[in-house]
Design a protein around this ligand. Structure first.
Ligand code: AMP
Ligand code: ZN
Length: 492
């Protein structure tokens, strides 16, 4: 029987501000959409934290046996400088400054994004669509919203009519705002604006002559509004209604609010069952952000090339550090915090390593299944990774007792114990054992040294020594193979 039939998850739904039973629209299947990066610069560690939170969720759902379709987009057009409807396209601006084609900028930072997520051992999503690859779908949604009378065209641009929408629906349902307050708090239109109301947002913008990222449409040569791409790509691949939509807290308003308004207007259903929002990574008491210069790049952590940390740290240690906080809590980044996480990480890895060498006893002195369920309970409670990690450290205590022969487990229980440890540490938390990599690097160097010594022996026609080296290595499972290019080895 699939695990998801036994393990019942509760998720915190930002739409209702409460924890709810997680019941997917189609049993056994989960559709999840997460807003991806705008690829105009390197992702910082804060961005990685948000994607990591959803990687944890993706991994756990898969572990439970759900068939998950995880869609995470790449924003490669339409995201203007100030998150609103004015200013230059972020990608065009970078292209102009660096004297590149916009698509060169997109390529460069998409590659960087993938490299970073790979270093941090995030699984690739099932589909990674781009905004520029879905212009037709976006145009079709605009047509439909115009048909419904919930948008208007002016001077080649199309705007969503928030006030009209709000007559029947609640614009602000997700962010808890109401339109009357918004009207009260927004500055007057400056006379330059074409919008009927400041709350309205662009679905399509006519391109100014200098704007190079442009596509034909029934209204003008132009480009889609930023919020529209996510509606187009999520519903194209997951259907008009899907289970989970995620992103950072800072996207709740206006981005996700606008997504709801667009999808409801177009398809007449609320698009998302569970809205999940990850909290911010903080540096020096402020949100980590590229725009303020208050950030650290993920690869700078690994290289040590930064002014914040005392030394370099492996990516998996930074990953462990971030998983020590619940995804809905703010998390402070500092050198001390990372050093603390490093100690915990090595303690965990050392226990996982020694666990493999423990032998079964004739009876069990603790209840493995109770401990295992406590690990599931942690993750079932809105993916509470810090509580899961605390449970794993309870497990580490057992490992130490087993090592010191102060406890024992039957063969069956020992198998459950090992399997649970491996599943949660590697499959669900996605940690990587760099201690074994360190050791395999060292082993490689030692074997290379012995190959050199054997070559010396052969050069001196000392066949006895050369054979001895080969045979002794073979006895510990290292096979030498002499070829034209020299001697290579393999480890059994
Ligand atoms: P962007 O490329 O700016 O759209 O951001 C990509 C993702 O990173 C979004 O989901 C943001 O909410 C998220 N994000 C941005 N800054 C932070 C931060 N300091 N901590 C956590 N997530 C962040
Ligand atoms: Zn989005």
């Amino acid at each position: 029987m699939e695990l998801y039939k036994q393990q019942k998850i509760k998720v915190y739904n930002s739409l209702t501000n409460s924890k709810e039973d997680f019941i997917p629209l189609n049993e056994g299947y989960v559709g999840m959409y997460v807003c991806g990066p705008t690829v105009y610069s390197n992702v910082h560690l804060g961005n990685v934290r948000t994607f990591l939170s959803f990687d944890l969720i993706f991994r756990y759902l898969k572990h439970l046996g759900y068939k998950v379709r995880y869609v995470r987009n790449i924003t490669d057009a339409g995201h203007l400088e100030n998150d609103a409807d004015e200013g230059e396209d972020r990608i065009s601006k970078k292209a102009r400054l660096e004297e590149l084609e916009p698509m060169e900028v997109v390529q460069q930072y998409t590659v960087d994004f993938h490299k970073v997520l790979d270093e941090f051992n995030l699984l690739p999503p099932s589909i990674e669509p781009t905004a520029t690859g879905h212009i037709i779908e976006q145009i079709n949604i605009i047509k439909e919203i115009l048909n419904k009378g919930l948008a208007y065209e002016i001077n080649g641009s199309v705007y969503f009519d928030v006030l009209k929408y709000n007559e029947k629906e609640h614009y602000g349902i997700l962010s808890g705002r109401n339109i009357e307050d918004a009207i009260h708090n927004t500055r007057e239109l400056d006379g330059q604006s074409e919008k009927r109301n400041p709350q309205d947002f662009a679905l399509w913008k006519k391109a100014q002559p200098e704007h190079i990222m442009r596509w034909p449409s029934p209204w003008s040569d132009g480009f889609p509004g930023w919020h529209l791409e996510c509606t187009a790509m999520s519903t194209k691949y997951l259907g008009e209604q899907f289970d989970i939509h995620g992103g950072g807290m800072d996207l709740k308003f206006p981005h996700h609010e606008c997504e709801i308004a667009q999808a409801k207007s177009c398809y007449e259903v609320s698009p998302v069952k569970y809205w999940l929002h990850g909290n911010m990574l903080i540096l020096n008491g402020r949100k980590m952000a590229k725009s303020t210069g208050n950030y650290i790049l993920p690869l700078e952590i690994i290289s040590g090339n930064n002014t914040i940390l005392s030394k370099p740290f492996p990516a998996t240690v930074a990953r462990f550090f971030m998983l020590q906080a619940h995804y809905r809590s703010v998390l402070d980044f500092s050198s001390d915090a990372l050093e603390g996480a490093e100690k915990g990480y090595y303690r965990l890895m050392s226990a996982v390593g020694s666990l493999q060498n423990i032998n079964a006893g004739s009876q069990s002195s603790f209840d493995v299944t109770v401990w295992r369920q406590s690990c599931y309970d942690a993750m079932n409670d809105d993916f509470n990774s810090p509580v899961l990690i605390a449970q794993l450290f309870e497990g580490v205590k057992y490992v130490n007792q087993l090592l010191e022969n102060k406890a024992s487990l039957t063969e069956e229980d020992l198998a459950i114990f090992k399997e649970t440890f491996n599943a949660f540490v590697f499959d669900v938390l996605g940690l990587v054992d760099v201690t074994s990599k360190d050791n395999s690097d060292k082993l490689g160097k030692v074997v290379e040294m012995l190959i050199d010594m054997r070559n010396e022996a052969r050069a001196n026609k000392n066949w006895a020594l050369s054979d001895k080296i080969r045979d002794k290595l073979a006895a510990v499972g290292v096979q030498l193979k002499d070829g034209k290019e020299g001697t290579t080895f393999s480890v059994n």
